[in-house]
Design a protein around this ligand. Structure first.
Ligand code: COA
Length: 260
């Protein structure tokens, strides 16, 4: 599939999706959101893609937010639709993928950019990264899940402060509050993400997908995460990966998992 605003390539089981609008600091316009949806969907169904890394093009930004020029003249109804449509197509969609998604934050991750990174399963940042939800400076609030996911990751107090001040935090502050898992010099960021992806790749994709469902269940209202865990745990026992994983252990050899 070819795209106007993103690049997508797979190498050795790792799909790297790069948002590629550097002249607009990779801001998410409607077309980019649709293309990201299509690219993530394609990766999800590609049996050879075991891990996805998402990053931004250029050396300045991961994503500097939703494209402000596209919604500046919206009314209430259009604003609500923008948020609902974006959450469905991209942000909730990414969070609920069965394939692990790592955000490689290589610069500004603001507004929708930080929201995209937070929808990923975990985040790794360059030491040049700056993160924030500046929406209230534009007279709106975060609309792509930011008011929900930021407090989940950093706690309510810091989330409130970041949202109310519209300020940015640097990579080390993000690290100390659990917003990102690691901070690397910029030139080492993608290599490090690939190293982690390679470690993930060795394990059972089927079990990882079950783990994602169980962990995510903790954050869904009206769902008992412990019950989801019991169901997913039980389901694993009916899989070829379980037979291979346990047999390999007992035979004192490395497990060879077939794929997704
Ligand atoms: N939407 C649309 N265009 C954006 C954008 C966004 N969220 N963020 C940056 N751009 C565009 C700028 O308009 C500019 O385009 P132009 O050259 O055609 O004028 C280009 O990207 C470069 O941005 P610029 O502001 O010149 O870079 P900077 O280094 O001076 O500042 C930022 C960088 C990130 C501080 C600044 O671009 C910014 O504040 N962006 C908006 C962040 C935001 O509010 N995001 C939340 C949106 S809901």
């Amino acid at each position: 599939m070819s795209y106007n605003n993103i690049l997508s390539k797979t190498s050795d089981g790792i799909r790297t999706i790069t948002i590629n609008r550097p002249s607009k600091l990779n801001a998410l316009n409607k077309e980019t959101i649709q293309e990201l949806h299509d690219a993530f969907l394609e990766a999800e169904f590609d049996l050879n893609t075991k891990v996805i890394i998402v990053t931004g093009s250029g050396d300045k930004a991961f994503v500097a937010g939703a494209d402000i020029s596209e919604f500046a003249d919206f009314n209430e109804k259009e604003g609500g639709q923008l948020s609902a449509q974006g959450q469905k197509l991209l942000f909730d969609f990414v969070e609920n993928l069965s394939t692990p998604v790592i955000a490689a934050i290589n610069g500004f991750a603001l507004g929708g950019g930080l929201e995209l990174a937070m929808a990923c399963h975990f985040r790794i940042a360059s030491d040049t990264a700056k993160m924030g939800l500046p929406e209230v400076s534009l007279g709106v609030i975060p609309g792509y899940g930011g008011t929900q996911r930021l407090p989940q990751l950093v706690g309510k107090g810091l989330a409130m402060e970041m949202i109310m001040t519209a300020g940015m935090i640097d990579a080390n502050k993000a690290l100390s509050h659990g917003l990102v898992n690691h901070v690397l010099p910029e030139q080492e960021l993608l290599g490090f993400c690939e190293k982690i992806a390679n470690r993930i790749k060795r394990n059972s994709s089927v079990a990882i997908s079950a783990a994602i469902k169980a962990v995510n269940a903790n954050y869904k209202s009206g769902i008992n995460g412990y019950h989801v865990e019991i169901d997913q745990f039980g389901n694993c026992f009916g899989t070829d990966d379980f037979i291979e994983g346990t047999t390999a252990f007992l035979e004192k050899r490395k497990a060879e998992f077939p794929g997704k």
